[in-house]
Design a protein around this ligand. Sequence first.
Ligand code: AP5
Length: 206
Amino acid sequence: MAKTIIFLGPPGAGKGTQAQNLTEKGFIQISTGDILREAVRNETELGKKAKEYMDAGKLVPDELIVSIIKEKLKELENKDIILDGFPRTIPQAEALDKMLPELGRKVDVVILFEIEDDEVVNRLSGRRIDPKTGKVYHVVYNPPPENVDVIQRDDDKEEVIRKRLEVYHQQTAPLVEYYKEKNKLFPINASESPDIIYKTILSVIE
Ligand code: AP5
């Protein structure tokens, strides 16, 4: 059975960084944030609906996200995947539990990235992205090469970061208990270095 791994944790915990690393091992990263940002850039119907929620640091409505994931999963039959940023609410997790068996999948493990809020603010305010490749950098911890023109995400301003954290604690954190009860949760210390975290994740997955 193809692997289905969930990355759960606050904004800026390093989920995207580690999901990108795992693509080297043949995993496909499904980042709902990246899908939504692309839709906003292309001004699609989805992008128009999602933009105001994202700019305000709020979650996009569950129905929109669940239908995106359903489509993606159908396309990726038999592939090992990482769900990066989904599910983010109990109704999203319940919808996932319903759709996975229909697609011959189950959740293998939920990796919980644990980190303090202040460290999140520090990481996200220094985050930069290469818009051509989507590669994620940090001005201090992982500076971009000089020949790469990077950009800053619109929602990486301090007031929006604080709102995203509040939304995480209110709407997403209840998933910790949800997956703990199902014996799927594997917490990791997300304030370690990216290399140590990568090795830990590999040992869990393999
Ligand atoms: P999304 O894009 O998913 O954002 P997020 O969850 O807030 O996560 P981030 O991408 O900010 O952080 P990350 O954990 O991936 O960290 P990264 O690896 O980049 O969502 C954006 C918006 O879309 C949401 O607000 C919402 O509106 C909407 N949305 C998305 N999914 C949704 C859903 N399911 N339902 C409803 N709405 C949804 O790392 C951060 C920085 O730290 C980088 O600069 C990196 O270089 C650095 N770094 C990484 N690891 C380390 C380390 N170990 N040490 C030091 N620095 C590190």
